[in-house]
Write a new protein. Structure first.
Ligand code: GLC
Length: 410
């Protein structure tokens, strides 16, 4: 059950009857959670909240918000914004510092810093994210493995052996699934492959570094697995398709964000009790990493009900709601005390230090500001081209020169 709104009487007295629109989640059970929380908030405060799910692909929801902001539309009051957007959207967002600075102190300082632009707190951390590996414990055992893979090469070998066996009874079975579609998720996945192979982070220290031998090798290694241990269709998969394949019992390994844990362990999953999570594998010359993802809540400068909107954000980013979201939806809390809470850790084993302390890698948003989305598109389209058959040596020089142009145009 969603928690009650802590300061409900005071909010009701001031803002009762106002109407706000929240552009929220659409991946996994995110929309169901948003509706339940909005309903509780309305009941307690009398502020009516219309919840509109954003497009599932992060880059598409970016484009939709960018259009609304540039036309100064008052149709959006609160929006869920990706961890890579605060720099780009800051001019359109309300500074939440005067009202929410105290609550912000409860949240991880690094995310609060990410959401602070030019001294203004333009968004409040809502939930975090990092890439993890899901693996079938029952199948590892069945095929003689005692532990999940440590390197990508091991993962490819194990995936092949398990797939060869399982395909006999399930023609849909795949060794490994991930987010291979040409969209923001692929920028996240490929960052993990490349960084975990010692190939950098696309742009390092303001310089484009993507066209290097280690990046080429790992990207080509993934390319040659398409259609072998992954279905051809993985090049169109986003998060939901990945989760469906794994939770339907059709994959041995999956890369996804923590939200998949709760769905996999829940009613309706075919793999409940049969899977584990761990850090992602790494390349020959690197170590395991996880891409930093996550979502913030922001209030639009064009909102006609800014105060009511801020109270909604206060509620949604409160310890009670983060605990509820972590336990019912397995989303990563950004409030330090909630992430350590025993009940939260019990339902979310990816919060155990051995997994949660994996080095995090970030997308190059800080070098790109308002050009991030454009640059990420160059990256994910290029990587998707590699996955669909073009050797990395032909694609990486093009990505490099286009990223260079974007950096120069700033
Ligand atoms: C998750 C992450 C977000 C990322 C997106 C890509 O939602 O939290 O940061 O951009 O996946 O698909």
């Amino acid at each position: 059950m969603p928690p009650r709104v802590p300061n409900r009487a005071a909010i009701k007295a001031k803002y009762h009857g106002q109407k706000i629109t929240f552009v929220g989640d659409s991946v996994g059970n995110g929309h169901v959670r948003d509706l339940a929380l909005a309903k509780r908030f309305t009941k307690d405060t009398g502020i009516k909240v219309t919840v509109v799910p954003h497009p599932a692909a992060s880059d598409q929801s970016y484009a939709q918000l960018a259009r609304a902001f540039s036309s100064k539309s008052s149709s959006i009051d609160v929006a869920m914004i990706d961890v890579v957007w605060p720099g780009a959207f800051a001019p359109y967002l309300v500074n939440l510092k005067p009202k929410l600075a105290k609550q912000a102190k409860l949240h991880l300082a690094s995310i609060v810093a990410n959401d602070t632009i030019g001294g203004k707190l333009v968004a409040m951390p809502w939930f975090g994210d990092y890439g993890i590996l899901y693996y079938r414990t029952d199948l590892l055992k069945k095929y003689g493995y005692t532990a999940p893979p440590k390197t990508w090469t091991q993962l490819f070998q194990m995936a092949k052996k398990i797939q060869d066996g399982e395909k006999k009874s399930n023609s849909n079975f795949a060794g490994f699934v991930f987010q291979g579609n040409a969209y923001e998720g692929l920028t996240c996945d490929a960052l993990e492959w490349i960084a975990s192979a010692g190939g950098g982070h696309y742009i390092d220290g303001g310089k484009v570094t993507i066209d290097n031998a280690k990046a080429r090798t790992i990207l080509d290694a993934f390319r040659t697995q398409i259609g072998k241990i992954t279905p051809q269709g993985v090049t169109t998969y986003q998060e939901d398709q990945t989760e469906h394949a794994f939770d339907n019992g059709d994959a041995a390994f999956a890369r996804n964000w923590p939200y998949q844990y709760g769905i996999g362990a829940g009613a309706g999953s075919k793999v409940a009790g049969k899977f584990g999570v761990t850090v992602l594998p790494h390349g020959a010359a690197g170590g395991s990493v996880g891409t930093v993802g996550g979502w913030q809540l922001a209030v639009s400068k064009f909102s006609k009900h800014k105060n009511a909107a801020i109270e909604f954000v206060r509620y949604m980013t409160s310890p009670g709601v983060e605990k509820f979201d972590a336990i019912s939806n397995s989303n990563v809390p950004t409030i330090v005390s909630v992430a350590k809470n025993k009940a939260v850790v019990k339902t979310n084993p990816y919060l155990k230090p051995a997994i949660a302390s994996v080095p995090r890698v970030t997308r190059p948003a800080k070098f790109l500001g308002t050009h991030y989305n454009e640059a990420s598109k160059v990256i994910y389209q290029g990587v998707n081209q590699i996955l669909t058959g073009t050797p990395a040596s032909r694609v990486l020089p093009q990505i490099k020169s286009r990223l260079q142009q974007i950096l120069n145009s700033k």
